[in-house]
Ligand binder design. Structure first.
Ligand SMILES: [Zn+2]
Length: 260
């Protein structure tokens, strides 16, 4: 059976837990986009870049934010463009906003993503820049086709960082924290985060707040208990990212396609 969607999942976080964490969060987001969606991996494929792919170097270690783009970023832009042109091809790119929700408009990362990544992919789709390996393999696209492909480049952009979402798994977070230290201060904070799910989006550098105990050591575990619907209802950065996915008609159609 052919896959209805092939989603290239990219995260700027490196490390063993980063990709499974992103995939888990993305799946929870997709379940909110289309209620009852069948995420059978033969139909909805969510894939990382191959290990050792040079494009990975560009995503990790902040290289993708460099202007002009590095050689590795140029490879990344081509990889993204290639996926967007495939039938059922989508790209989901996670980067941290590095700002709290109320300061998100000043996020350099968001600005750099649009200026360097989205515009860079646009140039590749328009056939500008380095010549392709096989020029005949690339059909020339109309302006409308270029924009339609770019609409399939989607972002997950948490405020402040991915931990702002993961720490919402307060039932898991509390024992992980208190197992490391009997911090009343942290217990109080976690209780506040559980009571009001808008709060974590306003915490500056949450990973540093929990540096002595949880930090980013348990991201994959926390992602398994992410209370997606509650966090979506809080209408902060997770909601914003889910609604961006929902605005992609091609994605909604791929997810909602009835099983035949
Ligand atoms: Zn703690």
């Amino acid at each position: 059976m052919a896959a209805r969607a092939r989603i290239l999942a990219l995260t700027e976080d490196s490390g063993r837990q980063a990709q499974p964490t992103l995939q888990r969060i993305l799946k929870e987001a997709l379940k909110l986009v289309v209620v009852g969606v069948d995420l059978n991996p033969t139909r909805i494929r969510i894939e990382p870049l191959p290990e050792n792919d040079r494009a990975l170097h560009a995503i990790h270690a902040n290289q993708w934010k460099a202007h002009p783009p590095t050689r590795d970023t140029v490879i990344l832009l081509s990889a993204i463009a290639a996926r967007l042109l495939e039938p059922g091809g989508f790209v989901v790119f996670h980067f941290d906003t590095d700002r709290v929700w109320s300061k998100r408009e000043s996020s350099e990362n968001r600005q750099k993503f649009e200026a360097i990544i989205r515009n860079g992919v646009r140039r590749v789709l328009q056939g500008e820049g380095a010549p392709p390996v096989n020029p005949r393999a690339r059909p020339s696209l109309t302006a409308a086709q270029v924009e339609a492909a770019l609409n399939r480049l989607l972002i997950l952009s948490p405020c402040y960082s991915i931990e702002s979402w993961l720490y919402q798994a307060t039932n898991e977070l509390h024992p992980l924290c208190q197992g490391r230290h009997a911090s009343q201060k942290h217990a109080q904070l976690i209780a506040e985060w559980a009571t009001d799910r808008t709060r974590l989006d306003e915490v500056h550098q949450p990973k540093d707040v929990m540096e002595e105990c949880v930090a980013d050591h348990h991201n994959e575990t926390l992602s398994s208990s992410f209370p997606a619907e509650d966090v979506w209802l809080a209408e902060r950065s997770f909601h914003e990212s889910v609604e961006r996915l929902r605005a992609c008609t091609a994605l909604v159609e791929a997810l909602a396609h009835p099983v035949t």
